[in-house]
Design a protein. Structure first.
Ligand SMILES: Cc1cc2nc3c(=O)[nH]c(=O)nc-3n(C[C@H](O)[C@H](O)[C@H](O)COP(=O)(O)OP(=O)(O)OC[C@H]3O[C@@H](n4cnc5c(N)ncnc54)[C@H](O)[C@@H]3O)c2cc1C
Length: 478
């Protein structure tokens, strides 16, 4: 059976022994660390929902490769229906966890490689597509979570990889051996790398002659020797460790920097090695899939914000205020346009030479530009509706303090029939939704910086067709 239960997923992580550091200390138990566990629980929701009757049809699908039911997060899209189902699944999960569920970048990598490896083989008679298919079979049979190692640390942004003073600023091949390659470098912002079984590495940018050692794609287990996860600090990260004022009491997100300190990769796990001209295709495919994916999950996150805003209106006694209702409508409108763009990108998907379906890049990038601005606007509206205590609500520990607890409760009371504890919980949740840097910054930079989306939008637009339409109507020939 290829599907893991939530419990089997968590136990499978427990058997792994990754090298990880957080707040300056080496970690020997990832799964039971409250900070990381909240992230693992978010990914676990992708397994949990696959077990529930209500969601099974959305999450579980059939793999033609292994001829068994698989979790959709392991299946490169084989039809427009798969592309559409992916956006719907993401919205459901985004709504369920109220943060990032950290499994979608792995699918973006699998989908990308299922197209690019085939094209590289066709041109160079290499064996990458076979390698990839064996890897995919392993991922599907074991229902694994994969992490996307795409963003290099990049050093001096004005220099290409081979021009950098320190050659390790972009991950590269330092040794080619009979049995495999050795790689060195670091990947930044690795969402959920310790919740993953496998790390898939792709190049982060277009490459040119001279950059051959940087044109590398591969997959390795997250606990490979030489691989070091350094968990990044984010704004609310100590709340889970303190066990107090957590906000989202079930789920969270964390993003390590991943250092590849001379890591060995066997040849059968290598999917690109030196073919520089395919780096750009790899990046464009990955980032476009990822931008399509964001339209689903972020719409689900705005659903949570809208629910929080409406509940807060009840708790504050402002539910009849017309201007607040208008702001809620503005939030709903933002979620639906984001979702609509991603669905449209999926419905316009086309089959590629390998058989995999790829989305419409123009619509996916439009969706992501929209997200970068409008998620921030949705957050602003939610805070406007909720009130200033999003910023500085007294702690639950103040409530528990015998000297001031009752006084604090008295003054934090809102609507008459609402217990003060409920109002405080909702304020905390709104704080988490709006102030958790791992989420809010990802709305802007996740899947590439906003300028990357804009450049793609201009490049993919049929500029001449637009000019011709204008000239024809103006009566200009040529
Ligand atoms: C919370 C979060 C989660 C993420 N998760 C993942 C993940 O799981 N996997 C992964 O691989 N990546 C992940 N990312 C990385 C994300 O894709 C990058 O942050 C994004 O591509 C921007 O890269 P950067 O952070 O290095 O910023 P930079 O590339 O330094 O960009 C900063 C600014 O400088 C501009 N700029 C940069 N270089 C140039 C140049 N040469 N010329 C002109 N302008 C330039 C950019 O347009 C941007 O405005 C995540 C990011 C965040 C914030």
């Amino acid at each position: 059976m290829s599907l893991k239960s939530k419990q089997e997923y968590i136990e499978s992580l427990r058997r792994m022994q990754p090298t990880a550091y957080m707040f300056g200390e080496k970690l020997d138990n990832i799964v039971d660390n409250p900070r990381l566990r909240a992230g693992i629980e978010a990914t676990a929701a992708t397994y949990e929902l696959a077990e529930l009757e209500e969601y099974r049809d959305l999450i579980v699908t059939h793999s033609p490769l292994i001829n068994e039911p698989v979790n959709r997060f392991t299946l490169p899209p084989g039809s427009v229906e798969d592309l559409v189902a992916r956006v719907k699944m993401n919205r459901t999960l985004g709504q369920r966890v109220g943060t990032c569920f950290q499994r979608c970048t792995g699918l973006d990598c699998l989908s990308t490689l299922s197209i690019v490896c085939y094209d590289v083989d066709k041109k160079y008679n290499t064996n990458y597509f076979e390698n990839f298919k064996h890897f995919l079979e392993y991922v599907q049979k074991n229902d694994l979570t994969c992490n996307a190692g795409v963003t290099d640390v990049k050093g001096d942004r004005s220099q290409s990889p081979h021009e950098q003073q320190d050659k390790d600023m972009y991950l590269h091949v330092v040794e080619k051996r009979d049995d495999g390659i050795v790689v060195r470098g670091a990947k930044a912002h690795q969402t959920g790398s310790l919740s993953s079984h496998e790390i898939i590495v792709l190049p982060t940018r277009a490459l040119r002659q001279g950059d051959e050692e940087y044109a590398v794609a591969f997959a390795i287990p997250a606990d490979s020797p030489g691989l070091i996860h350094v968990v990044g600090r984010s704004t609310l990260d100590h709340r889970e460790i303190e066990g107090c004022d957590i906000g989202n009491v079930r789920y969270s997100k964390y993003c390590p920097t991943l250092i590849f300190n001379d890591v060995f990769v066997p040849w059968d796990r290598v999917f690109l090695c030196g073919e520089t001209e395919f780096a750009v295709d790899t990046v464009v495919k990955f980032s476009s899939y990822h931008r399509q994916s964001h339209g689903g999950c972020k719409a689900g996150n705005i659903d949570c914000m809208t629910g929080a805003a409406l509940t807060m209106m009840e708790y504050n006694g402002t539910q009849k205020a017309g201007h607040l209702k208008q702001k809620v409508i503005d939030m709903i409108h933002r979620a639906e346009t984001l979702y609509g763009c991603s669905l449209a990108a999926s419905y316009e998907g086309k089959q590629q030479s390998s058989g995999t379906y790829f989305i419409d890049t123009l619509l996916a990038n439009a969706s992501k530009i929209h997200e970068g601005k409008e998620m921030t606007e949705a957050i602003r509206l939610m805070i406007d509706i909720a009130g200033g205590y999003v910023a500085d609500l007294p702690s639950d520990r103040d409530i528990q303090n015998p000297e001031i607890g009752e006084l604090v409760k008295k003054y934090l009371k809102g609507a008459q029939d609402v217990p003060v504890e409920k109002r405080m919980k909702m304020y905390r949740f709104i704080e988490k939704l709006s102030q958790e840097s791992a989420d809010t910054i990802s709305n802007i930079h996740g899947g590439g910086s906003p300028e990357a989306h804009r450049i793609t939008l201009f490049r993919e637009s049929d500029i001449n067709k637009k000019k011709q339409a204008a000239k024809r109507l103006a009566g200009i020939e040529g």
